[in-house]
Design a protein. Structure first.
Length: 82
């Protein structure tokens, strides 16, 4: 009977220690996953902003391209809205 009580105390202590270790491991894992998620969100937002910037520059580049082509052919560029 004495060995059973001694084993019970040891198993109980080891179980509590392992529960604490697992809880700490899960906490660290969740923090890492959240940090990676935030990093990906910030990165994708930055890429989206840069792609929108390229879309807004497209008409300006097309206008410059048209002016350059007309200058190569020794013609006046077409009048713009201004």
């Amino acid at each position: 009977m004495f060995l059973y009580v001694l084993a019970d105390d040891i198993l109980e202590n080891l179980g509590q220690i392992s529960a604490i270790i697992l809880a700490f491991y899960m906490f660290v894992f969740i923090v890492i996953v959240l940090a990676v998620s935030v990093g990906l969100m910030v990165g994708f937002t930055w890429v989206r902003q840069k792609s929108e910037l390229v879309k807004t520059l497209r008409p300006v580049i097309d206008s410059d391209d048209e002016t350059t082509k007309s200058a190569i052919h020794k013609e006046l560029p077409s009048p713009g809205p201004d």
